[in-house]
Design a protein around this ligand. Structure first.
Ligand SMILES: [Zn+2]
Length: 144
């Protein structure tokens, strides 16, 4: 195997070129398709990341964010993630009307909700747009 950038021969199991540091093999893969960070303006992210994080706490912050930053695509991305999460939370509550299986699903769903909320807030504050696991690929609020 040779480096695509500088032509140095690279040992079989290395992930980076020893000469120029170019990623090769599995390390050279494109970023995960769940990471949309590159499609947002850095200034937009920098200005709105904390407000985007607050959107996961309450629908009131979603409304506030839309009023304060109506043109921020980064905020709308996280509003979409948060709204999908709110719908997921409501569904988790509804399945609790089914005895036993529904109760278990409801508890598992509630734990997932808490974990996803924390993940969403961390992504927003770090300025990342990464889809939440399982539910994050759904689009309710357009952001492109
Ligand atoms: Zn190289």
């Amino acid at each position: 195997m040779f480096c695509p950038k500088c032509g140095t021969q690279i040992p079989e199991n290395d992930h980076y070129c020893p000469t120029c540091g170019e990623p090769v093999g599995t390390a050279a893969k494109a970023p995960a398709e769940t990471d949309h960070t590159a499609m947002f303006e850095p200034e937009d992210i920098e200005r709105s990341r904390y407000l985007a994080g607050f959107c996961y706490f309450s629908v009131l912050f979603v409304i506030l964010a839309l009023l304060l930053e109506p043109n921020s695509k980064f905020i709308r991305y996280h509003i979409n993630q948060a709204v999908v999460l709110y719908v997921f939370g409501i569904l988790c509550g509804l399945v609790a009307i089914i005895p036993f299986i529904g109760w278990i699903a409801s508890v598992v769903g509630a734990v997932a909700c808490i974990v996803f909320t924390v993940m969403g807030i961390i992504h927003a504050v770090k300025g990342q747009a990464i889809d939440l696991p399982l539910i994050g690929k759904h689009i309710v609020v357009r952001y492109d």
